[in-house]
Ligand binder design. Sequence first.
Ligand code: AKB
Length: 324
Amino acid sequence: MEVCYIMKKILVTGALGQIGSELTMKLRDIYGRDNVVASSRRKKEGQESIIESGPFEIVEVTDGKQISEAVKKYKINTIVHLAALLSAVGEHDPQKAWNINMNGLYNVLEVAREENCAVFTPSSIAAFGPSTPKDKTPQDTIQRPETMYGVTKVAGEILSDYYFKKFGVDTRGVRFPGLISYDTLPGGGTTDYAVHIYYEAIKHKKYTCYIQKGTYMDMMYMPDALHAIVSLMEADPDKLIHRNAFNISAMSFEPEDIYGEIKNNIPEFTMDYDVDPVRQAIADSWPNSLDDTAAREEWGWKPEYDLPKMTVDMLTKLADKLKK
Ligand code: AKB
């Protein structure tokens, strides 16, 4: 089925991060390069393709004025708010995680209310905690996370619901699992091992895993994650019941599964363990797998990649990249 895209003027915060760097390019392909403004708190080396392929602005999300100025300057009608600290790094500096994640989102929502913008904000599997049902975690269930990142994600889901109900801001979001990609490295997450393992498999044919054998978490390949964002942003609002916190799922695996899959492609690959207690405790508090029925029913969510298909693509693309 051909999708008919509704014209948008989009501001992406955190555009140089793991999701933002690929999403910005995809959005520029769909909506036109001049209609997608990439923003970040600073320029990063190696990200010239994003900075130079369309408008770019320095925006510190903890400063609402900077967001407002960018929105007014480019007549933005949609904000994709990706700037955030992830789980592991958030545990090392919880105050900073609260400031960036909560005040950043609050500022974005306030600007959206004043300037009449739609807002997409990702939540995460981190919005759940040890008292949440672990397998096929339901869409609507107990949410008592034990990390600051998780606290900001639950609060962000509720705050986004509030802005929709109280002020009519068109807020939408998904709960992302660990995201795996070859373009830009993730920074400071618990699920990052599932990215690092591919780099080490290609570079050194061995990997030391900081997550314990047998620890299942939901994961997703970046093309599916990007597709989810665009599909939800384009979804018919009349069909959305949940809006800000859709469970989405593509695969659930433990370290031995991804190791075995890479070994199928690189037989000499080996792996051992040196478990990091901080990241292990976080992983233990998260679900094994999510039930994404609501996303499937309300806006047609359907992932394309499972672990074997992702592994072949990831190894091919990454080997190519690392050769350059
Ligand atoms: C993290 O590990 O912190 C993130 C996430 C699951 O939100 N990748």
